[in-house]
Design a protein around this ligand. Structure first.
Ligand SMILES: [Zn+2]
Length: 369
């Protein structure tokens, strides 16, 4: 399997190919971009390419012992580290081992390569590095052993610690085209039939992960209902607050899936307000909106801009308020309380005669959930 298995990101691939051909490949990279767009898949294929002794024109051969070991996940010169499923951060022991045992990611990187060539190491979930772990990693990032390539994978730049960010070459990954998302859903047999895959892909914002979150149960239908509700201009209705709360509650028994779902609902609303604002600012849908993959969202944003009872400024406040939900969720706010205060704030923004700024007091104190 060559690079054909990696959809999209051609520009980034060409950058790496050129750097390698000119012998100017950096040794530490930080991959950034939304979840579910293929950064890890890309990094793994890059590792295979860099490790394959018979790679031609930046394509790994796929059959040599190195490629076979890489594909089987047991290459001796490849290291991979991610957050453990039951932890919310990369643990210090994962990086430097227990006291004195010279184990962990940093020590493994320091060992001589088994094949005598390159070594490649991937640190996934770089968003979840904390100061202690980052400090342990700094020396390795600053002075990696010769012929070693270290790739950190994260999402947003502001979620990376400055000490890490400044020591890596940042590589940005853009969301996939909706056609690419559809192709991945169908090729990997994740979704069928094709028209369902298309509907999900168009609403996914270019992320396979988001498309899969929309799949199943009533998620896609709820999304439509939620956006229609926003577009109606009647942001708060007690019935709707309850139905949103119950939708979030249905995500799972544990707090994590509920939080993730609420963040997703907030992200849909933020995208909706972003589009509706563009309509208001332009006095109608700007031409670029015709290219937007989710035309249903565009249609609702156009209707919503007309129905919005407030001003353009108050809609910008509504958008900000939706973006605030993510940090509140991360701060462990109680999801049911959060939904209520969020919708009340949106309603207040919609009906504010003067620019309104939601008071954080309405959402505190935030109970642990
Ligand atoms: Zn090979």
């Amino acid at each position: 399997m060559s690079w054909e298995s990696v959809l999209g990101h051609d520009r980034v691939r060409r950058q790496f190919a050129t750097a390698l051909a000119n012998d100017r490949l950096a040794s530490t990279f930080l991959f950034l971009g939304p979840d579910g767009i293929g950064k890890r898949t890309f990094a793994l294929k890059l590792a295979q390419t860099l490790l394959c002794p018979q790679a031609m024109d930046f394509h790994p051969c796929g059959v040599c012992p190195s490629c076979r070991q890489m594909l089987a996940g047991e290459h001796p010169d490849f290291e991979y580290l991610c957050r453990m499923p039951d932890r919310n951060q990369i643990m210090l022991e994962q990086l430097i081992g227990e006291k004195g045992d010279r184990d962990g990611f940093c020590h493994s990187i320091a060992k001589k390569p088994y094949y005598g060539g390159r070594k490649v190491a991937i640190l996934d979930d770089a968003d979840d590095l904390r100061h202690e772990g980052a400090n342990a990693l700094l020396k390795t990032l600053e002075e990696p052993p010769p012929k070693t390539v270290i790739i950190l994978i994260g999402t947003a730049e502001q979620r990376q610690l400055p000490t890490i960010r400044s020591r890596c070459q940042i590589v940005r990954f853009a969301p996939l085209d909706w056609e690419e998302v559809q192709q991945i859903l169908l090729q990997k047999d994740l979704v069928s039939p094709p028209d369902m895959a298309e509907r999900l892909a168009r609403s996914s914002g270019g992320s396979v992960q988001s498309a899969l979150h929309l799949f199943g149960e009533d998620v896609l239908d709820f999304r439509t209902q939620w956006l229609e509700h926003l577009a109606s201009g009647r942001v708060t209705e007690e019935g709707f607050i309850k139905s949103l709360q119950s939708f979030v509650e249905r995500a799972g028994k544990e707090a994590t899936p509920k939080r993730r779902r609420l963040m997703e609902v907030a992200a849909w609303a933020a995208e909706y307000f972003r589009q509706a604002l563009a309509v208001l600012a332009n006095g109608g849908p700007p031409p670029a909106m015709r290219e937007f993959p989710d035309q249903e969202l565009v249609r609702l944003a156009v209707a919503g801009a007309e129905n919005w009872p407030g001003t353009m400024e108050s809609m910008a406040v509504a958008l900000d308020r939706c973006l605030l939900v993510e940090s509140q969720v991360m701060a462990n706010a109680h999801v049911v309380t959060l939904v209520e205060s969020w919708l009340l704030d949106l309603n207040q923004a919609a009906h504010a005669k003067v620019p309104f700024y939601p008071s954080l007091a309405t959402v505190s104190p935030l109970a642990q959930h």
